[in-house]
Design a protein. Structure first.
Length: 89
């Protein structure tokens, strides 16, 4: 996160352990009513992520390098694979 994207805010913990995510934090995360968030606890710190963004980043990390390992190193190679899959159906 760049320094310009860094800020602090506070939220009060209610009797049942719930908090309201401050508006500026919701906007920064791109979440609204009904959105899901991931919470990661590291020691005494907590990081919160938009679940959809978190899942997409995890998938991108898991898939990094797969195209090259499969020999898909050019647009022509990808087009050839797509054509062969279409021809099989």
């Amino acid at each position: 996160m760049a320094a310009a994207d860094t800020f602090t805010d506070t939220a009060k913990v209610m009797a049942k352990g719930q908090i309201t995510i401050p508006k500026d934090v919701r906007e920064a995360l791109g979440v609204s009513a009904g959105s899901r968030v991931n919470v990661i606890v590291e020691g005494d710190s907590v990081r919160m992520f938009n679940s959809a963004v978190f899942a997409m980043r995890a998938l991108q990390q898991d898939m990094a390098g797969e195209a090259e390992r499969a020999g898909l190193d050019s647009e022509e190679a990808v087009s050839g694979l797509v054509k062969s899959v279409r021809d099989q159906s």
